[in-house]
Design a protein around this ligand. Structure first.
Ligand code: MRU
Length: 348
């Protein structure tokens, strides 16, 4: 364990290939899959090999590098058109995580000016984007930890750690930083049905970092809050609208409503790349619907009565009025609304 409590990397570029830690197998098996084709990267994003909005963005950036491999031979500018279909596959892989489109737009801007073989310059940009994500997470860790006034227990939902980002994590980064300075004593983690990101991934990261973690069924959180056990709920986001409404893993809204009722504060931690200023409010955020089988089964085993249907939205939207602080790498927005979010961008 290093001083930042951060040893895990889920996305790596090595020997001209993209490697993704297959998060579907965690915590029982640690297996990296190698990728050389963009279409396979898009499949991996959709199928949850890699997940978490910032990690999806970093992965998509490397996916663009793979799309650009060898295309220069098609002509000094024709190559841009030749890779469009593959970029569209990446863009369509998961609709809510705006970091995906943000990363693709950033890579496309670099593509516009490239002279010669695009692969080396796009690889340089993807590595930069990856490194910037880690640095942003460390900064958010400091800013978020500073909001926690006294040693306390916190509740988190889903997985927002090294696995969900370029490294270190957003909400889990704040928890890591706050633990390092003694402001977090222990973490309660919702197990996060249906994919169990809390039980499988957050618990795995925290156990490795020797940060005390206690799992609970998602439905137990309100009761835990009522017992005065939690000071802060700290979560990430897949997309934050211009007015501060925040989409995150299904169940976050429930945690937010429960937190407000019990006088517990809610911190949403996300890089600027997660704030989508072209989406005015939460109603305009596209919510990914995933297959019913994910709810009807558990670890590959059917658990529901045969014939039952299932509703499986992957995300929900927490209205800005329930959020006490949005923490970004460029600063903190307290009691977010459209004007305060806009002021953050003006200052940045
Ligand atoms: O479906 P997932 O596992 O990709 O959902 C992830 C989340 O909801 C995270 O909270 C969010 O992406 C922020 S990760 C830093």
């Amino acid at each position: 364990m290093n001083s930042h409590h951060d040893d895990i990397r889920a996305v790596m570029w090595r020997n001209d290939k993209l490697y993704l830690l297959d998060q579907r197998l965690l915590p029982h098996q640690q297996k990296f899959l190698a990728f050389e084709k963009t279409a396979a990267v898009a499949d991996a994003i959709r199928d949850m090999v890699v997940r978490g909005a910032p990690a999806i963005g970093v992965t998509a950036a490397y996916g663009v590098v793979l799309a650009a491999r060898g295309v220069y031979a098609t002509g000094p500018s024709a190559w841009r058109q030749a890779i469009e279909t593959e970029l569209a596959l990446l863009a369509a892989a998961r609709p809510t995580a705006v970091n995906l489109c943000w990363a693709l737009e950033r890579m496309k801007r670099v593509m516009e000016d490239v002279q010669g073989d695009p692969e080396p310059i796009l690889l340089q940009e993807a590595k930069l984007l990856h490194e910037e994500d880690i640095q942003a997470n460390r900064r958010m860790g400091e800013l978020g930890a500073a909001l926690i006034e006294r040693p306390c227990s916190v509740l988190t939902h889903c997985n927002t750690g090294s696995l969900a980002t370029g490294g270190y994590g957003t909400a889990l980064g704040v928890i890591r930083s706050a633990f390092a300075v003694g402001r977090v004593e222990g973490v309660f983690a919702d197990e996060t049905r249906p994919w169990l990101q809390g039980a499988r991934l957050t618990a795995w990261e925290l156990v490795q970092d020797q940060i005390p973690v206690t799992l609970l069924a998602d439905g137990a959180a309100a009761w835990l809050m009522s017992r005065g056990k939690i000071d802060w709920v700290i979560v990430g986001a897949d997309r934050i609208a211009a007015n501060g409404d925040a989409a995150n893993k299904i169940g976050t809204y429930s945690a937010a409503v429960n937190a407000r009722y019990h006088g517990v504060k809610l911190m949403v931690v996300a890089p600027l790349s997660t704030i989508d200023r072209s989406t005015p409010d939460g109603k305009a955020i596209p919510i990914e619907q995933r297959p019913a089988i994910e709810v009807l089964s558990l670890a590959g085993q059917p658990v529901a009565a045969e014939g039952a249907a299932a509703w499986n939205p992957s995300f929900d939207v927490t209205p800005a009025e329930l959020i006490d602080a949005i923490v970004t790498e460029k600063g903190v927005v307290l009691k977010p609304d459209a004007a305060r979010v806009a002021a953050l961008f003006d200052a940045a």
